[in-house]
Design a binder for this molecule. Structure first.
Ligand code: HEM
Length: 162
């Protein structure tokens, strides 16, 4: 089949979700709990990078504590999101808020990658009880904005795909 979205929504996976009356709401509930953990845990780090919380707590320690929660809950959010997407892939793929949400997810990932590649290398100099550098503040601020955007667009999808 040449349209991958049509193929996905007519696959066993897509039809199982779309033909059940309870699966979609159950998966959406899991999605919401997982995304609250993703965004909540990332916000803790972002606010630390912005120098707004916990200057006495080392950034390196906080990162080690928080990131496993972020990655685990992100895996759950992405899997549950994909399952809902599979139920009506053509509709979601054509929806503007859904597309913006995916672009914002990529931007949030790129921001995180750039922070770890460049700014985090000098973390020893500002790990604890020291002001964070402007590049770290920028990464924290951008991250908060991108994630707020992802949540806003995610909720918005529900109003444009009826
Ligand atoms: C951690 C990253 C994500 C966040 C913060 C997020 C955020 C949201 C939010 C706030 C909602 C609305 C929930 C509601 O109104 O009950 C939602 C729904 C949804 N999300 Fe996500 N999402 C994420 C990842 C994904 C991914 C990776 C996909 C697809 C591969 C996806 C697909 C969907 C779908 C299909 C819906 C249902 C839209 C509807 O029909 O109402 N999400 N998401």
């Amino acid at each position: 089949m040449d349209n991958p979205f049509k193929w996905l929504e007519t696959s066993a996976l897509g039809t199982t979700v779309s033909q059940s009356t309870w699966l979609f709401p159950a998966i959406e509930t899991v999605h919401v709990i997982a995304l609250a953990l993703v965004v909540g845990s990332i916000a803790v780090l972002d606010l630390r990078l912005l120098d707004r919380t916990w200057r006495v707590r080392a950034v390196t320690e906080l990162t080690l504590d928080v990131l496993p929660w972020t990655w685990t809950s992100f895996a759950v959010a992405a899997t549950s999101g994909f399952l809902m997407f599979a139920s009506a892939a053509t509709k979601y793929a054509a929806d503007t808020p859904f597309r913006i949400k995916m672009v914002l997810l990529l931007l949030a990932g790129a921001n995180m990658l750039a922070f770890h590649r460049f700014t985090y290398r000098s973390v020893a100099a500002w790990d604890v009880n020291a002001p964070t550098p402007p590049a770290a503040k920028l990464a924290g601020g951008l991250s908060l904005l991108f994630w707020i955007g992802v949540v806003t667009c995610g909720r918005w999808v529900g109003f444009t795909t009826q």
